[in-house]
Every structure is written in structure tokens, then in C-alpha cells.
Ligand binder design. Sequence first.
Ligand code: MG
Length: 205
Amino acid sequence: LYREKIGALAEGETLRLKLLIHKDAHLHKAVAEIRKDDEQEVKRIFMTEKLQIALNEQITAELWSANLYLSMSFFLKREGFEGFSHWMRKQYQEEVKHATAIADYMTDRNAIPKIDKIDVVPQSWKSPLEAFEDAYKHERHVTQLIDLLVKTASDEKDNATQDFLWGFVREQVEEEATTLHIVEKMRKAGEAGLFFMDNQLGERN
Ligand code: MG
């Protein structure tokens, strides 16, 4: 009888133990699944270090562009072209908006926007034409920077950033077309035509 009782007890204990192990395995599986969900959540919110660095470099580049156009605005005003100067001042504001748009986007994604040291910009040009030619050349360079940024976002498998950057890709098409159009008009315009253009560009909102 004793032996039977001990046997039953042992059997009962084994069963309880088995039940515990079973529960534990279940728990482990559930915890692992929650962790996996968490990791995916983290991936969705946070962007990779590489992409953060690339976006921050773009913020600095946009601010350099802003300074370039502000410098052109100073030069053009000095030369007596109030309208061209006003146009460049507007362009300067646009570039600041590009920088803040990237920063705001990064903050939304729990990334950290940063401003690096901004290099000195040119301070004078031979003529308004040369300033606008430089503006066009610079916009072509910015297009390359944006294209590289899209590639980085794609390499880092960050769909949201790619989607965000398409707006900048479209913007660059406009920026290049606008500055080239002004350059071409300026090349055709004589002295009188230049002052006519100055009035026209002064109307930019
Ligand atoms: Mg820009």
C-alpha cells in the first residue's frame, strides 16, 4: 500500500511538473512573440544610424544653400537689382523650409536632427547672370544629393523616408527648371531687358 501511495504521489508530482513545463513553454513562446512585435515596432519608428547621418548631412546642405542665396540676395541688392535680390531672399526662405521639413520628419520618426558646421558661401559675382548661373549649377548639385539620399533610404529599406523624399525629388525638377529659365532669359535680355526682368522677379511671393 505504501509503495502504491508513494508511486501515486510520484506520478501526481510528475504530472504537475509536466503541466508546469508545458505552461512555461507556452509562456516562453508568448513572450518571444511579444518581443518580435516590439522589435518590429522599434524598426517602424526608428531609422538606421546611417540614414540619420545622411539626412542630417542634407539639413546642413540645405542651410548652406540658404546662405548661398542670402549671399546672392545681398550682392544683387548692392548692385541695384532690388527684384533679383527679393527673389533670392525668397529662395533663401525656401531652403530654410527644406531644412526644417527634414528635421521635423526626423523628429516624427524619433530620429535626432542635427545642424553641423556650415561652410562659408561665395560673396560676390561678376554679374546678376553669373549669380543665377551659379544658382542653376547649385540646384543641379542638390538634385544629385537628393538622389543619393533616396538611394541610401532604399539601401536601408526605409520605405517611409523614401516616400518623404519623393517630394524633394519633385521639388528639384521645379528648382532646376525655374533657375535655368531665368538664366536663359537673362542671356537673351539686353541691359533694358535685365531691368524688366528685375521688376518681374521682384513680384515673387
Ligand atoms: Mg533645397
